[in-house]
Every structure is written in structure tokens, then in C-alpha cells.
Write a protein that binds this ligand. Structure first.
Ligand code: ADP
Length: 461
């Protein structure tokens, strides 16, 4: 893909190239014509002198005096030559240069005005002037004087070389300068692209750095910053709405739950009690959903971990495993805990507990009786690695890329009616806020392994 920068440089180079070439051609022609005009003027003046000389020779009865004619020629125009035709067209006098030239001139074709043209003599270019002269009362004699163009051609050659070397140099120089200018003008744009690429839902507080001034680039930057500002405000109000809604839901849900529990304890027919139990289960599910939603939105809003303290990860994991051990034994799922060493890290203990519990509860939830869940804590290059492995139902390859998305639940999970689909999203967000990662491996049939990696600080225990 051709960038705007490259396009501008190419376009300017093309325009500059055309301008310079046009200018060069114009200069060349001007110099060429000026040189010819100069020679022509000298030829005209020499022909005048020559006519006067011929007049004088005729008057003094020494016509044609070849030596005098030669002297006059060489004194006025070096290396020039001449020839003289009588009215019948026969050559009366010719220089050595002209002598072997065969072409004869037709006196009738030459009018009152001299004919000046470029001719070739012995393979070289000459500027030639032909005019009529009056000799012994006959006005139709012809005088031809020719001057070599070798000097003019040498000068023009030099000019041509000069132009052909300066045009590419000027072209390169202009491309270099345009490149400098364009790069300077586009520098803020490159920085803006970089920031714009960085801005995502979680980094909407970032703004484009703008240079001083009010050119189009700065105005574009200002417009983009305003757009991100509006987006941020919309995002915040949307999240605040979810926070408020889930918060508002919690109180009535708690009241309904306690009322139902109270009713369930009273003397009601068994059928009514069964209905109340089902309603209580659903209510529990609804309360968990509201709590998870509230937590996830709060985590989304948080740019970083707020409550930071030293956390003993080994103790926290042991605690979590103990918490689920009763349900595990009820479900007849074996629990194994393996801790390689005591590990401390800086973080938010409650949030880390939620993250571990979510993954651990899932392992238990999706493992049938007779299965096992094992938790291993190890350290690796400045990180604490917690691997939670189960031999439960596993995660199919179609579900695997989606399980960390909010509200995503596999068909198996929906069939069990277990969970809200927010547990893993919450766990992932918490781990990421601590600068860690959470990954999953599953062959889709014989269990899954979740690996949480967190940056750590080691204790001296
Ligand atoms: P849920 O409340 O449905 O468990 P989660 O966000 O915790 O929601 O998990 C998302 C989905 O990932 C689950 O619906 C389930 O399909 C799958 N999943 C998570 N953990 C496991 C596991 N240990 N074994 C099999 N499937 C799992």
C-alpha cells in the first residue's frame, strides 16, 4: 500500500521534474537562438564590409584581390570562408573550404534580403549568408560567406551536459526536502495513529497528544479527542446504569428471599413448599447474577487494582480448596492440593479469592462424582503459576475460544442450569488487573486445565 507521504513525494518530484525539464528546454533554445543571432549579425556586417571592399577593388581596378578578401575575412570572423558567383552562376572566387563544394547557387532565388541558413561543409555545420552584390554595373552577382558553428555547438553541448546533470540533482534535492517537510508535517499524525490504536474500551481515558498550532492535523486530533471524550462519557453512564440496576435489584431480592424462607418454614402443604423451594433456587441464581454483574462492571470500570496489600498466595489457595472440600466430598470428587513453596504477591486479596473460587467452583461443578480436581501451585521466572486440573466433562473446541466472554455458557452448562456465564469473565479481569494471564487447555472430553499466572514477590518464610 502506498502511503500519502510517498504519494506526495512522488507527485512533487513529478511536477518539479516536468518544470525543470521545461525550463531546461526553454533555456537551451534561448541560448541556441541568441548564439545564432550573434553570428548572423556578424555575417551581415561582414557581408557589408565585403561589398564595400569589392566596390573599392573594382574602382581601383584590382578586382578580384584574393589576398585582401582573405585578410578581411580572417580579421572579422575567424575560420570563415567565402565565395563569389558572377551573374551567370560561375564561381569567380572561392576559399579553400568552398572550393571542393559542388553546390552552386541559383542567382534568381536570392532576393533583396540576404538568405541566412545553417549548412553542412565537409561534415561540419556552418552558418551561411548569401546576398546579391553589384559588380561592374551588374547587380546579380552573389556573395556567400560562411562561419563555422563549432564554437556555438561546443557551448551548447556544455549547456546540455549542465542541464542533464543539474535536473536529476535538483530532482533528488527536491525529493529530499519534500520528504523532510512531509515527515515533519506528518509526525503528529503518526503519534495520533499510535495512540488511537492503543485506545480501547478499557483505555478510553487516553487522549491524543497534539502539537501546538491549529492546522488540519491538530483540528482532526481535537475532533478525535472530543469523540473519545463523548464515548468515554457514554461508556461510563452505561456502566453506571448497570451498577445502579444490579445494586437496586439486590435489596428486593434479599427481601423476597427472606420472605420465602419464612413462608417455607410455616405450615404449608408439601406442594406449596416444593414450589417455594424451586423459587428460592431461582432467586439464589438471580442474586448471584446481580452480584456477578455488579462485580464485573466495577472491574471493567477499574483501570487498576485499588486495594493493594501483600497476599500469601499459598495460604489463599489452601483456604479456597478448604472452602469447597465439603461440597467436593458430598459430590464424591477427590480434591488434591500441591503447593511447591510459600509465595507472596502484591494484590487485592478479596478479588484474587473471587478469581480462584470461580475457577475452582467450575472445576467441581463440571466434574462428575468419582472424578478428581487437583490444584498445583508452583513458581516460574518471577511468576506464581496455579494450575487447576479436573477430569470432568471438558470443553469442546467450539466453546473453547468463547468461555471467557461475559454470559457465554456451553450447551452442557445450560442443560445443568448452572451458573451465570460471568464467572470466568470476572476471573480473567481480576487476573489481568494484577498483570497476569489465565489460559485454558482441554481436549473436549477428558477434563480441562486452567492455568493462572501472576507476577509475585517471594517471602522469606
Ligand atoms: P458458568 O457460570 O456458566 O460456569 P463461567 O463463566 O464460569 O460461567 O464459565 C463459562 C463456561 O465455560 C461454562 O458455561 C462452561 O461451559 C465452561 N467451563 C468453565 N469451566 C469449566 C470446566 N472446568 N469444565 C468444563 N467446562 C467449563
Amino acid at each position: 500500500m502506498m502511503t500519502i507521504k510517498t504519494k506526495i513525494i512522488l507527485l512533487v518530484s513529478l511536477v518539479v521534474g516536468l518544470l525543470f525539464t521545461g525550463f531546461g528546454v526553454f533555456i537551451y533554445h534561448q541560448v541556441h537562438n541568441a548564439n545564432l543571432d550573434k553570428i548572423d549579425a556578424r555575417l551581415v556586417s561582414l557581408s557589408q564590409q565585403m561589398r564595400d571592399e569589392l566596390d573599392e577593388q573594382i574602382e581601383k581596378k584590382r578586382f578580384p584581390d584574393n589576398a585582401d578578401l582573405k585578410r578581411l575575412l580572417s580579421e572579422n570572423l575567424s575560420k570563415s570562408c567565402m565565395r563569389l558567383y558572377d551573374s551567370s552562376g560561375s564561381i569567380v572566387y572561392a576559399d579553400s573550404m568552398f572550393r571542393s563544394e559542388t553546390n552552386t547557387l541559383e542567382p534568381k532565388t536570392v532576393g533583396a534580403k540576404p538568405i541566412v541558413q545553417t549548412v553542412k561543409l565537409h561534415g561540419h555545420h556552418y552558418r551561411s549568408l548569401i546576398r546579391t552584390v553589384e559588380i561592374e554595373d551588374n547587380p546579380r552577382w552573389l556573395l556567400q560567406i560562411a562561419a563555422p558553428l563549432s564554437e556555438v555547438e561546443a557551448n551548447l553541448n556544455q549547456l546540455r551536459i549542465l542541464l542533464w546533470t543539474t535536473i536529476p540533482i535538483a530532482l533528488l534535492l527536491s525529493a529530499f526536502l519534500v520528504n523532510l517537510i512531509v515527515r515533519r508535517a506528518f509526525r503528529p499524525l503518526s503519534a495520533m495513529i499510535e495512540t488511537a490504536n492503543r485506545v480501547s474500551a478499557s483505555t478510553l481515558h487516553e487522549r491524543l497528544m497534539l502539537p501546538k498550532g491549529r492546522d488540519e492535523v491538530v483540528l482532526l486530533g481535537i475532533a478525535l479527542n472530543r469523540m473519545v471524550e463523548r464515548l468515554e462519557a457514554a461508556f461510563k453512564s452505561q456502566k453506571q446504569f448497570i451498577v445502579d440496576a444490579s445494586h437496586e435489584l439486590r435489596t428486593p431480592l434479599t427481601i423476597v428471599q427472606s420472605e420465602l424462607e419464612f413462608a417455607n418454614r410455616s405450615l404449608l402443604p408439601d406442594a406449596a413448599k416444593q414450589s417455594i423451594s424451586i423459587a428460592l433456587d431461582e432467586l439464589d441464581h438471580l442474586r448471584k447474577l446481580a452480584n456477578d454483574l455488579l462485580m464485573l462492571v466495577k472491574l471493567e470500570v477499574a483501570g487498576q487494582v485499588v486495594e493493594c496489600s501483600a497476599v500469601r498466595v499459598d495460604e489463599l489457595i489452601t483456604d479456597c480448596v478448604q472452602k469447597i472440600s465439603r461440597i467436593a466430598s458430598e459430590k464424591q470428587v477427590a480434591l488434591h492440593l500441591e503447593i511447591a513453596e510459600a509465595v507472596e504477591m502484591v494484590g487485592d486479596e478479596d478479588k484474587l479469592r473471587s478469581a480462584f473460587m470461580n475457577v475452582l467452583e467450575n472445576a467441581l461443578k463440571y466434574t462428575q462424582g468419582g472424578g478428581s480436581v487437583s490444584v498445583r501451585l508452583t513458581t516460574q521466572k518471577g511468576s506464581v503459576v496455579i494450575a487447576l486440573q479436573d477430569n470432568g466433562i471438558g470443553i469442546s473446541p467450539t466453546d473453547l475460544p468463547h468461555i471467557f466472554k461475559p454470559f457465554y455458557r456451553s450447551a452442557a452448562s445450560r442443560a445443568q442450569n448452572a451458573g451465570s456465564g460471568l464467572g470466568l469473565s470476572i476471573a480473567q479481569r481480576i487476573v489481568e488487573l494484577h498483570g497476569g494471564t489465565i489460559t485454558v487447555q482441554s481436549d473436549g472430553a477428558s477434563g480441562s486445565t486452567f492455568t493462572i499466572q501472576l507476577p509475585m514477590a517471594r517471602t522469606e518464610s
